[in-house]
Ligand binder design. Structure first.
Ligand code: PLP
Length: 369
């Protein structure tokens, strides 16, 4: 044994101070910490689907025969299934263990230490996680006041070391979209552009068809939100086939587990059911927005996703989040530059909206006095 040597000596020096990812709360871990039983916690903090997945998924998993052999590293069936849903050839598709896995894979492909990664802040925090993981230098292009991407600001942030531009649309946590013209303008810079469309089913607009025309546009999707499969970890990307080939080579071989493939197969057989749920969530989003607007201490922003971002105008967002949590309602709060004193509320079922609004009304009285 080496005298006095801490393990840090051997750990990558850049990871010793790495801050990690602030993940959402798993409800069971709140046992005894909130005023309600775990089973009645209303989880509006991670944009999950309140209706769960297609019941076909549960049925098929119960009798699945292939759990003891390795899944197909080439994703042959999966890519074919996704080809039908995404409307683009299988050679353009790569699946990941959640789209977070693909963000990581894409940055692994493009970013060498010191390379620059441009993000449009406020943005999805996984972008930062993976950029830093590969020692990329994160360059922040601030969005406009209404959170629209400012293409000129992004272009001004580009230089010789820029390797990729990342945009999530609709943006998490603000809920607004980036229009196709702006995306095209970014793609016309010639740099690789990644558009994360995790919420596309709720927004109804996509830039995916453009992938055929450009060699540098990539689009990410996930089954976590619309198909209610956040726990099974399945996402996919639509890529120029050249990029897809590289990604297939550098991914961990068995990144898609057998259960996730079954879940995709069954979900795609049950699209009508799942899309009727998406429709219900979109309708509920509009009702939630109207209800939130009535509260004087919150300012909700219009959303095209399955969540609503709100500025907290009176009181502290962190305390509001804590008080809602005590009542058994989980939301996300932010208090960092460009995201001062704000919360993000996922759209739940109508009864979740009712419970949330009632809790917020009580807290408004408490805060407003
Ligand atoms: C939720 C979300 C995802 C999905 O992540 P998964 O890893 O597929 O669960 C991706 N991007 C954004 C912007 C998200 O909000």
């Amino acid at each position: 044994m080496i005298e006095g040597a801490g393990i840090e000596r051997f750990i990558r020096s850049d990871l010793i101070t790495f801050s990690g990812y602030a993940a959402s709360t798993f409800p069971e871990t709140l046992e005894g910490k909130v005023e309600v039983p775990v089973a009645s916690i209303i989880k509006l903090d991670a944009n999950e689907n309140p209706y769960g997945c297609s019941p076909r998924v549960n049925q098929a998993l119960a009798t699945h025969p292939y759990l003891s052999i390795y899944p197909d590293a080439g994703q042959t069936e999966l890519r074919k299934l996704l080809q039908g849903y995404a409307g683009i050839g299988a050679e353009h598709i790569v699946a990941g263990s959640g789209s977070g896995d693909l963000i990581d894979l894409i940055l692994r492909l493009f970013v060498e230490p010191g390379d620059e990664v441009v993000i449009c802040v406020p943005a999805f925090t996984m972008f930062r996680f993976s950029a830093e993981m590969y020692n990329g230098k994160l360059v922040e292009a601030p969005r406009d006041k209404d959170f629209a991407v400012n293409v000129n600001v992004v272009k001004a942030a580009i230089n010789k070391r820029t390797k990729i531009i990342l945009v999530d649309s609709p943006n998490n946590p603000t809920g607004n979209m980036t229009c196709q013209d702006d995306i095209v303008e970014l793609v016309d810079t010639g740099l690789p552009v990644l558009v994360d469309e995790a919420y596309v089913e709720f927004a109804g607009e996509t830039v995916a068809p453009l992938v055929r025309q450009y060699r540098n546009l990539m689009v990410l999707r996930t089954f976590s939100k619309w198909a209610g499969l956040a726990g099974l970890r399945i996402g996919y990307g639509i890529f120029p086939s050249e990029i897809a080939d590289y990604l297939m080579k550098i991914k961990l071989p068995y990144n898609i587990n057998a259960a996730a493939l079954v879940a995709v197969r069954e979900s795609l057989k049950d699209i009508d059911y799942l899309m009727s749920r998406v429709k219900a969530i979109v309708a509920e989003r509009e009702r939630l927005f109207t209800e939130l607007e009535k509260l004087k201490f919150l300012k909700p922003f219009p959303s095209q996703a399955n969540f609503i971002f709100c500025s907290v105008l009176n009181g502290k967002a962190s305390q509001l989040q804590q008080k809602l949590r005590n009542k058994g309602i989980l939301v996300r709060y932010f208090d960092r530059p460009l995201l001062r004193n704000s919360i993000r509320i996922s759209v739940g079922k109508p009864e979740h909206t009712d419970a949330l609004v009632k809790a917020l009304q009580e807290l408004e009285e408490e805060i407003g006095g």
